[in-house]
Unconditional design. Structure first.
Length: 115
């Protein structure tokens, strides 16, 4: 079983920055595809950014150039640096780990962008 625990959410003003972390209970960050998803009220969960086991990254068009995904294999932790935040970035952000057909999710952390 894999447990994922997110942290770092909160309230920030438009244009501000936040950094999210996702700590894994096992040494999976170096082996699995890890990703950040988000779900805003009334909307479907969507992919924000993903990083593969070999470090390849991809991003949703809406966050390209503003968000950066990274990971520390030794710490079994994945990160999401979010800059130039916009009100439309407001959502619950979820950490995801995927290995073939298997997936695990964190409990989510709220990010609110508001003045």
């Amino acid at each position: 079983q894999v447990q994922l625990v997110e942290s770092g959410g909160g309230l920030v003003q438009p244009g501000g920055s936040l950094s999210l972390s996702c700590a894994a209970s096992r040494s999976i960050v170096s082996l699995y595809t890890m990703g950040w998803y988000r779900q805003a009220p009334g909307k479907q969960r969507e992919l924000v950014a993903r990083i593969t086991n070999d470090g390849s990254e991809n991003y949703a068009d809406s966050v390209k150039g503003r968000f950066t995904i990274s990971k520390d294999n030794a710490k079994n932790t994945m990160y999401l640096q979010m800059n130039s935040l916009k009100p439309e970035d407001t959502a619950i952000y979820y950490c995801n780990a995927a290995f073939f057909s298997l997936q695990w999710w964190g409990q989510g952390t709220q990010v609110t962008v508001s003045s």
